[in-house]
Design a protein around this ligand. Structure first.
Ligand SMILES: Nc1nc2c(ncn2[C@@H]2O[C@H](COP(=O)(O)OP(=O)(O)OP(=O)(O)O)[C@@H](O)[C@H]2O)c(=O)[nH]1
Ligand SMILES: [Mg+2]
Length: 311
């Protein structure tokens, strides 16, 4: 930023699954607004995160599900959500896992290039300036590999800037924020300065439950759960937030796995999710969880809509 005027605008965070989009947004906001896990397709909705720097500017980040190819109905809904969120923004931050690219074998690189080609294809239809964010530099084993990767991307499309960052340890994140602000319109605030997100509290609570399930399960289970929070209110004396979450799975066998031996897994999921909620909502939480089978919900348009996924 070289001038003294206030800049603001919407910035979509896009990229392949697992690139670190949500981690980057959370790092900039200083609060976990979007859940993150080491598994792909963690984010399923458009998630607003507002970052305001007094007298300088305001960035309304729009975190999106990772762009990828899939024939499954839930996955297509996620991709459509991301594609829609990319329209009508003032700038786009295209987040790439540069560590995966730099550390991969030749064979692995081929697959990663194909993944990025899906994102680059989606970017063909946008007119907003695109920042290339080369994330996870902390995990790159040979630093000299970063420059050739940047040169390769430069041949594929125009970028307003390319910024290597680490969303994990914060390397160069401030520089990225400054660069983005510089590209935004010279205008006042869009949202009140203390606003963080437009996500309903119930949604955030449901997401914390889903995060812990994604972390503690494997194979198809992380992709077979949808959470509904059916109760979210203060206790009668006001000192505890009472939350009740229904975990929908697709099959009986999945229900058993999530509950675990003598309920042990569900208990751990509940404890971990409650801790995240207590941190976020800033008060004591009482969390109840139930597991229900809703057969093949991820292929059913009505269920997808009910759980808040476009179809
Ligand atoms: N080493 C390292 N890991 C990172 C960095 N940023 C994110 N990660 C990790 O990468 C994984 C994916 O992060 P997310 O933020 O969930 O990725 P995402 O792009 O939002 O993924 P989807 O929502 O699935 O599209 C998590 O395990 C993060 O901890 C980074 O800068 N360095
Ligand atoms: Mg995400």
């Amino acid at each position: 930023m070289t001038d003294n005027t206030f800049h603001s605008g919407f910035v979509a965070l896009v990229g392949a699954p697992n690139a670190g989009k949500s981690t980057l947004m959370n790092h900039i906001l200083g609060v976990k607004v979007a859940i993150t896990t080491s598994k792909p397709q963690t984010t399923r909705n458009r998630i607003l995160g507002v970052h305001t720097i007094e007298n300088v500017g305001q960035i309304a980040f729009v975190d999106t599900p990772g762009l990828h190819r899939s024939k499954k109905r839930l996955n297509k809904a996620l991709v459509q959500t991301a594609l829609d969120a990319m329209q009508d923004v003032d700038a786009i931050a295209y987040v790439v896992d540069v560590a995966a690219l730099a550390n991969a074998s030749e064979e692995g690189q081929e697959r990663l290039r194909e993944q990025e080609a899906v994102v680059l294809h989606a970017l063909e239809n946008v007119s907003a300036p695109v920042f290339l964010v080369l994330n996870k530099v902390d995990a790159v084993r040979e630093r000299e590999k970063i420059l050739p990767i940047m040169e390769e991307f430069a041949k594929l499309r125009e970028f307003i800037a390319m910024v290597p960052v680490s969303a994990k340890d914060g390397t160069q994140v401030d520089a990225l924020v400054r660069d983005i602000l510089g590209a935004l319109p010279d205008q006042g605030m869009i949202f009140p300065p203390d606003m963080l997100t437009d996500q309903a509290e119930r949604f955030i609570a449901a997401e914390f439950v889903r995060q812990e399930i994604m972390k503690l399960t494997s194979k198809e289970i992380p992709y077979s759960v949808a959470i509904e929070v059916d109760r979210f209110h203060d206790s009668p004396n006001g000192d505890v937030l009472e939350v009740s979450a229904v975990i929908h799975v697709e099959r009986d066998s999945q229900k058993g796995i999530i509950i675990g031996n003598k309920g042990a897994k569900l208990k751990t999921i509940g404890i971990n999710a409650r801790k995240e909620m207590e941190r976020f909502f800033g008060r004591k939480v009482f969390l109840e969880t139930f597991v229900r089978v809703e057969s093949e919900w991820s292929e059913n348009p009505r269920s997808l809509n009910r759980f808040g996924y476009k179809s």
